[in-house]
Each structure stands twice: as structure tokens, then as C-alpha cells.
Design a protein. Structure first.
Length: 352
């Protein structure tokens, strides 16, 4: 494990590199500034998305946000993990993002202390994230991972779930080799036989299952008290400067959740187009996740309402406590701090 000082140096270096890359792409506009700032130039919303089946891909594919906000220039940038999205937020290079609950817990904790807020629940991880052992490795249980090499994107929900699965099986992290690989790199390493198992999400997960055995899924871990989620977060500065744009984004995401629940075929066609897979495959992948009804988002279990933040804040604190126990963060934020990072403004009406 890297020393704390070295970790911070690496983080700052990565953040600077991300800022430089995105600025070179023309996506470094000060979109969190006052509306209409910049000599009349179009206001910009910089959205970070990930290639996993969700309503976020439906919103992107159908152009719903662009239709709702014609006065904004909206850019969508693909990221491979929550860790890289956190780096982009540190660099002030993104305004809104789809990101897992584990990297959000890490982002709200020291030393990152990222000023962003959770404004949406995209999905609850079910069978769409799992730990898979490659055929021929002799692994039939989590206990068999001792001495093996296991891959997962570090600081992701899958990484959190991997550590939770090991702790549940009383297998110390030191008993195996855990390597940090992004989903596309996991597929390459798997094909070469460089790794014995991997904890990852769809669509990479479906490829691994073709010649692998599922040891545990995030659905099972959730029932054991270690839930993981995909969340929609917005930078605090952007939310304060553009609350109407945040409302439009939440309404578009709620519309996508409704489509997934009421017209799975249409949702699968949109997701399939974004993932470059067939609608049938996309529909199968969507069936493995847990998608809430928009009305549930403002319930006491999830986001809550103004003045009465929901249980999601406690879930994030629990995730941070786990990460602190694994020495992945320096300190755990208190519940009041995390509650302030839950964006409940206008709920439940803002989702209708």
C-alpha cells in the first residue's frame, strides 16, 4: 500500500493531468459560474457517464436533457470508473456524474473531501455486479481465493463488494493478490489467463461468466448488509448556480427510470445502442439490476426530503467506515456532514 503522502501526490498529479486533457478537449468551461457569464456564450453542463446499463444511458441516447435545456451546451464524457470521475471532480472538470456509492463515500471522506452532492439513485446493485472465478483455476468458493490473483477497479463499488465478500468469508486481503484493473483491462487479462478471478459489473461481467463461475453477487451482499448503488452526483457549485438545470436533469433521469419499469423493450433499445449490443442483450443486462420507482427516491429509505434526509446518508457513512477499516481513506465523515451532501431540494415535486 502506498504511503499517505505518496497517495496524495499521485492524486494531485492525476487531477492535474485530467484537467489538462479535458481543457484541451474544450470541456473546461466554468459552467458553475453565474448564468449567462462568459460574454453571452452558451452555458455548459459537463456530464460524466459510465458504460453500464442504466437510465443514464437512456437519457443520453434519447437526448432528453438537450431537449429540456436548449440554452445549455451539454457534453457527455465516458469514464471507466468512479475513481477517475472523482479525479475529474477534484480538477473541477465535470459538473454531473454517474458514479458508484463506494467512490462517492470515498469522495466525501478525507483526504478528498469533494464538494459534490448526491441528487439521484440510478440503480441498486443486484446481479449486475459479481465476483467470478475463471474456469480451470480450481476456485469454487471465496475461501479458495487464497494465493490467487483477483482484479477489480480500485475505489469502485465492485472493489468495495470484493473486500466485503472477503471479510464475510474471513479471508484476509493479504492472503491473495488484488490488482487494480479497469473493466476493459480485466477482459484482456482474463483472456490471457493473467488473473484467476474478478469482481466487476456489466457488460464486462457477462463476458466473464461465459467461462467462469459466479462466487457471489452484489445482490447477496446487499441482503447481508453491504449494499452498493449507482448514484447521480452534482457539484455543489453547479447546483447552487444552476438549480433549474439540476431539476431538469433529475426529471430526465426519473423519466428514464419510469421507461425501464414500464417499457423495458424501449429502454433496452436505447441502452443497447449506447453499449453497441443487441436490444435483447441490453434487456437481459437491465433485468439484473434493481431500478427504483421515481416516487421511492424521496422516501425515508433513500434521498428523503428537505429537512428530513433519507437513509442513503447512513449507507454512505457505513461504506466510509468499511473503507477506513480497510485503510482506504484517512477519516470517516460524520453523519451530519454526509446528510448535507444529499441534495433534497424540491423533493418530491422536482421528480414529477
Amino acid at each position: 500500500m502506498a504511503r499517505p503522502g505518496l497517495r496524495r501526490l499521485l492524486l494531485l498529479t492525476a487531477a492535474a493531468a485530467t484537467a489538462a486533457v479535458l481543457a484541451a478537449c474544450g470541456d473546461g468551461a466554468a459552467s458553475a459560474g453565474p448564468s449567462g457569464a462568459g460574454g453571452g456564450a452558451a452555458k455548459t453542463i459537463r456530464i460524466a457517464y459510465q458504460a453500464f446499463p442504466s437510465g443514464d444511458l437512456v437519457v443520453k441516447n434519447k437526448g432528453w436533457l438537450e431537449g429540456a435545456l436548449p440554452g445549455y451546451r451539454i457534453t457527455w464524457t465516458k469514464f471507466d470508473s468512479g475513481a477517475s470521475i472523482n479525479t475529474a471532480f477534484v480538477a473541477k472538470a465535470v459538473d454531473i456524474a454517474a458514479i458508484g456509492s463506494s467512490p462517492v463515500a470515498r469522495g466525501l471522506s478525507a483526504p478528498l473531501n469533494i464538494p459534490y452532492q448526491v441528487a439521484f439513485v440510478l440503480d441498486v446493485a443486484g446481479d449486475n455486479e459479481a465476483l467470478v472465478a475463471r474456469d480451470g483455476t480450481g476456485i469454487s468458493s471465496i475461501a479458495d481465493l487464497r494465493g490467487k490473483k483477483v482484479a477489480s477497479p480500485f475505489a469502485s463499488t465492485s472493489h468495495y463488494s470484493l473486500l466485503a465478500a472477503l471479510a464475510r468469508a474471513n479471508v484476509p486481503e493479504s492472503a491473495l493478490t488484488i490488482v487494480d484493473l479497469e473493466p476493459q483491462d480485466i477482459l484482456a487479462a482474463w483472456a490471457r489467463g493473467d488473473i484467476d478471478a474478478a469482481y466487476v459489473w456489466l457488460p464486462a461481467l457477462d463476458t466473464l461468466k461465459k467461462n467462469g463461475k459466479v462466487l457471489v453477487s452484489s445482490r447477496e451482499l446487499a441482503t447481508a448488509g453491504k449494499p452498493t448503488l449507482d448514484l447521480g452526483v452534482v457539484s455543489t457549485a453547479f447546483a447552487e448556480a444552476h438549480p433549474d438545470a439540476v431539476d431538469a436533469w433529475r426529471k430526465a433521469e426519473a423519466r428514464a427510470l419510469t421507461l425501464i419499469r414500464t417499457d423495458r423493450q424501449a429502454a433496452a433499445a436505447a441502452v443497447g445502442a449506447e453499449l453497441n449490443i443487441s436490444p435483447a442483450d441490453a434487456g437481459n443486462q437491465l433485468s439484473q439490476g434493481v431500478f427504483l420507482d421515481p416516487a421511492e427516491l424521496s422516501s425515508p429509505e433513500w434521498l428523503g426530503t428537505p429537512g428530513k434526509v433519507g437513509g442513503l446518508a447512513g449507507d454512505l457513512v457505513s461504506a466510509a467506515e468499511f473503507l477506513k477499516g480497510q485503510q482506504k481513506i484517512d477519516a470517516v465523515p460524520d453523519l451530519a456532514t454526509v446528510q448535507k451532501a444529499i441534495y433534497t431540494k424540491g423533493l418530491p415535486d422536482a421528480l414529477s
